[in-house]
Design a protein around this ligand. Structure first.
Ligand SMILES: C[S@@+](CC[C@H](N)C(=O)[O-])C[C@H]1O[C@@H](n2cnc3c(N)ncnc32)[C@H](O)[C@@H]1O
Ligand code: SF4
Length: 399
């Protein structure tokens, strides 16, 4: 049977409208380890590019061999530092995915890039490989702060990278970390204004968190690092929201700000609890097979991940069916991060239970009364005050 007949047959046998699918590809290597970072990132003297490229393709082939009735909406190369990848590898992975999965017309393909000089020279190659959205890890526009954050680039390199990216890509975001050590409100307002003047249509603005096991965690324990207190942190957040609004961006998620229509489709897929495949060391996935939603996880250590892929064609270490309660918890946890909140119809479809059955209604009433939560039977959302206390709310709200 030729390919067109096969395709028609496949369309006829499809029972439902295809579900959206996102694909995450993890690249675990970095030039150096930043003192605040607990991502699955490793410093390698020599990166065995071809071996890893081959293994990622093997995992991709295995991950999509069994799935059906999906339409690919986004591909995200995250890390680590995926801008250290050979552009040819990026090209091969994109090519394989789009040849083997139905794809939306406006497929979003994002690559996280660090603004060091070596990687900037590769931006054009990434564009030619099919990447259409760049997420630049600028972190700060202040030279002293960049040094404290252990970054390998200076502010000028970051701005040059952004200028070049604007010429090459239709969609650009960049990351900044604020609420840093000794940072005052007026210093942040000045830095954020600079960032907003430079920004295109999307920004990720993260308050610095101290992650266990990092160098910053050690400094904090030794009393060498003092971060803004709760009052200053919330002033910084309020100022961030006000200033981004003035520039026509809204916080569609706790740390993500975009002009309408420029939201990251990939990240929205996570927060709306849509299905996604994750390949590469430590990558997680949520994928439905025969009406069962599975949580998947791959071996975290890059060396062992590689050995497993070479031996078995994949490095899956967990593939676990999620029950309705697991799903409900996860969907509320993710959805409340979003300004739009959790959609009750999508919730029922995904979790096979109503939102009101999943949450403690007495607590909900109290949270609505206290102005932490909004609930109109269609959507469950946090208020601005509630979003600042999201973790505490989640602890008590979900049954
Ligand atoms: C996968 S990481 C880094 C991507 C890229 N390698 C880079 O460094 O630019 C994605 C983003 O998470 C943010 N991030 C990482 N650790 C953080 C922390 N402890 N606190 C706040 N933001 C953090 C940084 O802004 C970073 O750009
Ligand atoms: S912040 Fe980025 S460059 Fe730094 S260690 Fe983490 S992943 Fe690597």
């Amino acid at each position: 049977m030729n390919e067109i007949k096969l395709l028609n047959l496949e369309k006829k046998t499809r029972k439902h409208k295809p579900d959206p699918l996102a694909l995450y590809i993890h690249w675990p290597f970095c030039l150096s380890k930043c003192p605040y970072c607990d991502f699955n990132s490793h410093v390698a003297q020599i990166i065995p590019q071809e071996t890893y490229a081959h293994a990622l393709l093997q995992e991709l082939r295995h991950a999509i061999s069994n799935i059906e009735n999906y339409k690919l909406t986004s591909i995200f190369f995250g890390g680590g530092t995926p801008s250290l990848m050979d552009p040819i590898t990026v090209h091969k992975l994109i090519d394989y995915a789009i040849k083997h999965l139905p794809v939306t017309e406006d497929l979003e393909i994002t690559l996280e890039a660090n603004p060091t000089s070596v990687e900037i020279q590769k931006l054009k190659d990434f564009q030619q490989a099919g990447v259409n959205r760049i997420s630049l890890g600028i972190q700060s526009l202040n030279q002293q702060a960049l040094q404290r954050l252990g970054r390998q680039h200076d502010a000028k390199q970051a701005i040059d990278a952004l200028t070049l990216a604007k010429r090459l890509f239709p969609r650009i975001s960049f990351d900044l970390i604020y609420a840093r050590e000794e940072q005052t409100l007026s210093e942040w307002q000045k830095e954020l204004k600079m960032a907003l003047d430079l920004a295109h249509d999307h920004l990720s603005l993260y308050q610095l968190t101290i992650e266990p096991g990092t160098v910053f965690a050690k400094y904090e324990k030794q009393g060498k690092l003092s971060l803004p207190d709760e009052k200053l942190s919330s002033e910084l957040l309020i100022a961030t929201e006000e200033m981004t609004h003035q520039y026509g961006m809204y916080n569609y998620e706790i740390s993500n700000y975009a002009k309408i229509g420029a939201e990251s489709r990939h990240n929205l897929a996570y927060w709306r609890y849509q299905d996604y495949i994750g390949i590469g060391p430590g990558a997680h996935g949520r994928i439905t097979e025969n009406a069962v939603l599975y949580a998947t996880e791959r071996k975290k250590n890059p060396k062992i991940w590689l050995e497993l892929v070479q031996k078995n064609g994949n490095a899956l270490i967990i593939k676990e069916a999620l029950n309705s309660i697991d799903k409900a918890r996860e969907m509320i946890l993710m959805g409340l991060r979003l300004k739009e909140g959790v959609d009750s119809i999508a919730f029922q479809k995904k979790c096979n239970m109503t939102l009101t059955n999943a949450i403690d209604m007495k607590i909900l009433e109290a949270l609505v009364e206290e102005d932490y939560i909004l609930w109109d039977q269609k959507r469950l959302k946090t208020t601005p005050t509630g979003s600042m206390r999201l973790n505490a709310i989640l602890d008590i709200l979900v049954k």
